[in-house]
Design a protein around this ligand. Structure first.
Ligand SMILES: *Cc1c(COP(=O)(O)O)cnc(C)c1O
Length: 370
């Protein structure tokens, strides 16, 4: 997709209700708390019961559908979105492939609940998705860049091979958002996103969505939401709607800062190594350039040891010690504290919306004291 086309989608997302508005209408959607709706006679009309639909979800889904150029189903968290795809698509005896270096909770969910249901769960590192055979798999869950290692696989060829093998190609696009990477344009059957990260972007609610251009798949995901009851809150949907109005501005700043900081950090003598898809030193930089519109807001930084890493996180004024990423505040954490297979001195730095030079000055001040 050309950047002018994406720019047009961003503008259309802001004005997604155009055409439907009447004089005096609100310019932004209201929060509609509703468990029941007026429903005389034979049930009909857009809303019948609160677990099935809600006007605030509709507004948010409509806005996101413009941005993703796909149908959207909203969920109360990223994990609820992932679960909806697993539980609506997988049956006993089928095989699913996960990234062994992907989001940890996805693998825990699969091991704890899919395996006892007779679903065969396998995993391999993200970079091996490019060579691994997908024969016999029902679903392949791709995560590129991986988290927290930021490894990259070739989306277009992995998606094509998965589909040729008869597997559903699903991409967890949380870290990139539809502004940074558009797996549906490479033929992915669906993307799932944790909107607790950059899409809401203000670290004040959990949320998630599934986006797909397959009506059949989405009908099943919708049934899952309706029957399981994994429904978003109306207030949270409203917050996310408000969040996406500034997504492009925030993501632009975050990615621009991340690119600048990655180069500066890599050149600092107190840093052992830096992994960032936008740096030519990233082993898959050429693939990243091909498939990513922006290189993201996450940087993998390795210090000499865990102590240096902790001092950096806790002493830099504009870096908050926190898990998660994609918010307005720059944050960082040592992933080894969760048991990730990374060196003790490795941190995942999530670059926020602070002015770039202020962030760097503060980071440099602390690095120079290590
Ligand atoms: C955070 C995250 C999730 C889970 O999302 P929640 O909103 O916390 O449920 C899934 N995948 C990735 C890549 C994430 O970063």
């Amino acid at each position: 997709m050309a950047s002018t086309e994406l720019d047009s989608l961003v503008a259309q997302t802001l004005h997604h209700d155009i055409g439907a508005a009447k004089t005096g209408d609100l310019l932004v959607p209201p929060i509609v708390p509703a468990a029941i709706y007026y429903l005389p006679g034979d049930p009909s009309g857009p809303h019948q019961y609160g677990r099935w639909s809600n006007p605030t979800w509709d507004a948010l889904e409509h806005a996101l559908s413009v941005l993703e150029d796909a149908e959207i189903i909203a969920f109360p968290s990223g994990m609820a979105a992932i679960s909806s795809v697993f539980y609506s698509q997988l049956r006993q005896g089928q095989r699913v492939l996960l990234a062994s270096d992907g989001y940890y909770t996805t693998r825990s969910l699969a091991e704890k609940f899919l395996v006892p249901m007779g679903i065969v769960v396998e995993s391999c590192p993200t970079i091996e998705f490019e060579t691994r055979s997908f024969d016999g798999f029902r679903l392949v869950l791709i995560e590129t860049p991986s988290n927290p290692g930021l490894d990259i696989c070739d989306l277009s060829s992995v998606i094509e091979r998965a589909k040729t093998s008869g597997a559903l190609a699903i991409v967890d696009n949380t870290a990139m958002t539809p502004l940074g990477q558009r797996p549906l344009d490479f033929g992915a059957d669906a993307i799932i996103s944790s909107d607790s990260k950059a899409i809401n972007g203000h670290s004040d609610t959990c949320f998630g969505h599934v986006a797909s251009r397959s009506a059949a798949l989405m009908a099943e995901v919708r049934d899952w939401r309706k029957l399981s009851g994994a429904i978003p809150g109306f207030f949270e949907a409203w917050l996310v709607h408000r969040g996406i109005e500034t997504l492009e501005l925030r993501f632009e700043r975050m990615c621009t800062s991340a690119m600048a900081l990655a180069s500066k950090l890599a050149a600092h003598p107190k840093i052992k190594s830096v992994k960032y898809p936008g740096l030519p030193t990233h082993p898959r930089h050429m693939v990243a350039k091909e498939q990513m519109r922006r290189f993201g807001s996450l940087i993998g930084v390795t210090f000499a040891g865990g102590e240096d890493a902790e001092r950096f996180i806790n002493s830099a004024r504009f870096v908050r010690p926190a898990t998660s990423f994609g918010g307005t505040h720059t944050s960082a954490e040592r992933r080894a504290r969760w048991g990730d297979q990374v060196p003790a001195g490795f941190i995942r730095l999530s670059v926020g919306c602070e002015p770039t030079e202020v962030l760097w000055a503060e980071m440099k001040r602390v690095l120079d004291t290590l």
